[in-house]
Design a protein around this ligand. Structure first.
Ligand code: NAP
Length: 243
């Protein structure tokens, strides 16, 4: 029986896991285990890094994996690159379930930057009140711009104090709504939103709220990934997996 490996850590991966369970497919969901209390899943789960490309190759062979579905976050570039390399080495077919990037529309005031370092560099001006909705991994980089007040929205309580002299933390793992985000931005007198171009619906509310409030957005573009087959809908992935 085919054995599908789903690389997860996203709402989309959890939705795919549900669809695979409903279809009675033999699938394992993998995530890194950085988030506390991840939600229960309807298919078997494995947790933690594989140990780079060699570790993933060994896992694919050891578990008899027949298909890889990379449903990681668009900014999980290392995992996605490793998956492409391990798929090539083992001949296991791979598809990515990904989300189209967000595009600016009427009323949006986006300033697009290529990566996190460029976002930090762009904050070289006078003090502002910045909503930093980028997760906790890159917060330390913003210590180079200590003049700003940062509103941090994080999935879990931070285990250590963020290295930003002026900040407030909101712990919430969503899904978020534009109304609530608008209220949050007002409450904290935010005048700039920093966002990764994640795409999808799970985190788009902050952009809707920024537009409604006329706030500028510093938008970090996605990392480049090696060429791979991509789908944006679960149905496409199920069709690719076949019977
Ligand atoms: P990353 O930089 O691409 O990955 C770093 C390392 O973490 C990988 O080399 C791998 O370790 C391990 N890893 C990542 N995803 C894994 C998975 N699904 N299963 C097993 N090991 C995994 O990834 P990241 O940006 O830190 O993201 C980590 C996880 O959080 C991903 O599952 C991603 O979907 C999720 N996530 C990320 C973001 C984001 O903005 N980056 C946002 C929401 C959710 P080994 O090399 O040892 O295999």
């Amino acid at each position: 029986m085919p054995h599908i490996l789903v690389l997860g850590g996203t709402l989309e991966a959890s939705a795919l896991a549900r669809a695979l369970a409903d279809a009675g497919r033999n699938a394992t969901l993998s995530y890194m285990g950085r988030v506390d209390k991840p939600k229960a899943q309807p298919i078997p789960v494995r947790v933690g890094g594989f140990g780079g490309v060699p570790g993933l190759v060994a896992y694919l062979r050891g578990q008899g994996i027949s298909h890889i579905v990379d449903a990681t976050h668009p900014f999980a570039a290392q995992m996605s690159t490793n998956a492409v390399l391990a798929a090539a080495e083992t001949g296991v077919p791979l598809i990515a379930l990904t989300r189209p990037a967000w595009q600016p529309g009427p009323g949006d005031d986006w300033h697009q930057v290529p990566d996190m370092a460029a976002a930090v560099a762009a904050l070289d001006g006078p003090p502002r009140r910045v909503m930093l909705a980028i997760g906790r991994m890159h917060l330390a980089e913003f210590a180079a711009r200590p003049q700003h007040h940062y509103l941090l929205r994080l999935v879990d309580d931070p285990t250590e104090v963020p290295p930003l002299p002026h900040h407030a933390v909101v712990v919430d793992r969503g899904p978020f709504s534009a109304d609530a985000d608008r209220a949050l931005m007002r409450e904290h007198a935010i005048d700039l939103v920093v966002s990764k171009n994640a795409g999808g619906t799970g985190a788009v509310s902050k952009l809707d709220a920024a537009r409604a409030l006329g706030l500028p957005v510093l938008m970090i573009e996605r990392p480049r990934l090696p060429p791979r087959m991509e789908a944006t809908e679960i149905a496409q992935v199920l069709a690719w997996l076949g019977a």
